[in-house]
Structure formats: structure tokens, C-alpha cells
Design a protein around this ligand. Sequence first.
Ligand code: UD1
Ligand code: UDP
Length: 367
Amino acid sequence: MNILTIVGARPQFIKAAPVSHVLRDRHREVLVHTGQHYDASMSDVFFAELGIPEPDINLGIGSGSHGQQTGRMLMAIEAVLLAQRPDWVLVYGDTNSTLAGALAAVKLGVPVAHVEAGLRSFNRAMPEEHNRVLTDHCADLLFCPTQTAVDLLAAEGVTVGVHRVGDVMVDALRQHASLARQRSEILARLGLSAQGYLLATVHRPYNTDAPDNLRSILAAFDDIWRQTGRPVVLPLHPRTRKQLAALGLAAPAGVRLIEPVGYLDMLALEQAAALILTDSGGVQKEAYTFAVPCITLRPETEWVETVQAGWNVVVGADRPTIVQAATQRAWPAGPPPPVFGDGHAAERIVAVLETSLPAGTAAELRR
Ligand code: UD1
Ligand code: UDP
């Protein structure tokens, strides 16, 4: 089987790693990096730490407006598909790289498999929401992390090719969590002790592109430090760094701004944090899996199971609400129910791919 995998942004390198390892045992995988993320700290470090082979093809698309970026990817991926003629195109998550890959493939009649299918925020202001809906409706195989995702697809009439396999991010986490504890020196380097700090990430346009929200979040972090004595460690996404500079905003005393960290350092920081504050999708799931309470700095979440279990609270960007959640909320005592699977999603995905090749599709392309 010839698989062409398309990745481009930080969380996709992490999601693709476990699947790539299983695939390459038995099949040929061509790894295409769109170049959506390109800083060493947003890209190279993940290939090194997760043992993913260098991309076979790097399209070098880089940043741009949504239309420009997605359009340039679409053209470049089409050319790659015509040259490579894979049996499957495998895409992950909900970025512009995901949509461009799915669209290029479906228009050439190449079967599309979507990992992390069926997620919905029902917020059309999010670029990810269009990307997911459109990708799911292009896909021949839809690999869902949860039953919620399966049910949401059914509600849109998508029932064929849907498989609940678990979450590949949990595969990656389980494979690297103890390695992170052994190898990462980030706590010592930053002078932090376990439970002595909070960890935050902020990169969604809802927060970065709304100056009031960004100011409110930083002020809330500072309030939390003043009330608890615990600093908020914030590995800063380049998008957010750019916005802070544009607005002339500096981090307040209670916030420790650091560069984006590699995967092992991030897992180490998450596991030892007293609390996580984030607008990231992946980080919400990692907090849950590590049983670290999470405050979501968005108006809604796709990962509703984390909220239902009491380990996550959705608060948006309002300063007093964030501070209250961080300082006064009671969190569950027992371990979170394992709603994101058993860490073997990648094996299930490859097994389904092996038995599901639509007859004739790849052959037609080869003619
Ligand atoms: C993208 C995804 C988002 C995902 C996130 C993961 C889309 C629409 N959004 O958001 O779903 O959660 O990745 O991190 O696909 N930049 C750099 N260096 C880099 C990459 C980006 O400086 O290596 C800066 C550029 O100024 C760029 C900005 O960050 O314009 C935004 O990058 P982009 O990839 O467009 O979107 P993200 O916000 O990273
Ligand atoms: N992550 C990381 N270093 C960081 C911030 C995040 O390794 O400085 C990891 C994090 O552990 C998770 C993934 O990146 O596995 C989440 O990616 P991101 O928040 O960029 O995107 P999202 O999940 O929101 O799409």
C-alpha cells in the first residue's frame, strides 16, 4: 500500500508520528510537509524528538492569508499527487494543510482518510471549523477519536467509512510521557518545582487577534500569581509573540514567557503543572490524560468529554472568570475516565486502511 501523508502544523507532526511508525513497518509512506509551520521550534524539533523521518517532500508554503496559504498548498499538493499516485492520502486534524490535502486528493479521485474526524465547535468564526467540516465531507475514511465525534458525523448524514479508533495524541503521549520525565530538564532550567507553577498556551485568533482578550488573559495570569504565588509559564506561539509586539504589550510580572518548547519539554511541563490554562485543542486533551485540571480560554470546546468529567472548564477570556476558576474551583479527585482510547489508535487506523482500499480508484489515477 502507498500512503501519502500530509502534515504542516505543530500538532500534526505529533498526531502523525504514531501512525507513521506503524505504517512504515509494512507499507510505503511518502511524508509531505506543507511548510505551514517552519520555525525550528515549531517543526524540526518534533521530527527529531518523535523519531519521524525527515519529510520526503517539503512544499515550503509558509505563512499567508487563509486563501493564499490554502490555495498555494492546493496547487503544490496536486502536483505531488499526480507524480506519486498514492493509494490513500492521509490528513490530520483541522488546519489549512488538512483542507488543502483533502481537497487536492478528492478532486483527483484519490481516496482520503481523515484522522481526528467528527470534531465540531459549531463556531463558524473559527478557521478550523470550516476545515474540519469540509475535510470530513471529502473523506472516504473518517477516523474518530470519540463516540461524540461518531455521533456528530451521523447527525450530518456521514455514516459510511466512519471508525471510532481512539485518539492518536494519546498514543503519542503514552509513548513519550515517561521519557519526558526522565530526559527533560526544563523544570530545573526554569527553576520550577512540581505543582509550583501553572502552564498556559495561547494562540487562537479568538484571543490573539482581539487585543482586549489578550490583555484580559495576561492580566488574569498576573492576578493568579498575586493570589497564589504561582507564576504562569507561557511557551509563546509565534502568532501570539507577533501580536504582543504589534500591540506593544509586555508580559506582566506573574507571567514567565518562554519560546515554544519541544514535545518532551511540553509533556514534562504539563505533568508537573498545578493547573493548565489553554486555548489549544491538543493541550486540553493532554491535561485531561495527565489528570491536570484545565481552564479553557475559549467560548466553547470540541473536547466536551473533558468538561463533562469535570476536569476542564470553559471560561473564554474574561479576567475575573479565569481568576475565579483558577483559584476557587474544586476539581475531581479520581482519575479521568479514559474517553480518548487506550493508546493504540494508530494500529487500528492502519488495520482499517489495509482492508478498505476502494476498488479502482488508485488504478484509475494511474491510467
Ligand atoms: C495553525 C492552525 C491551527 C492550529 C495551529 C497549531 C490553521 C488555520 N490554523 O494556526 O488550527 O491550532 O496552527 O499551532 O491552519 N508563524 C511563525 N513561524 C512558524 C509558523 C507561524 O512565525 O513556524 C507565525 C506567522 O506570523 C503566521 C502566524 O504565526 O502568520 C500564524 O501561523 P498559521 O500557521 O497561519 O496559523 P496558526 O495560528 O499557527
Ligand atoms: N506543544 C509543544 N510545545 C509548545 C506548545 C505545544 O510541544 O510550546 C504541543 C502540545 O503538547 C500538543 C500540541 O503541541 O501536543 C498542540 O499543538 P497546538 O496547541 O499548537 O495546536 P492545537 O492542538 O490547538 O491545534
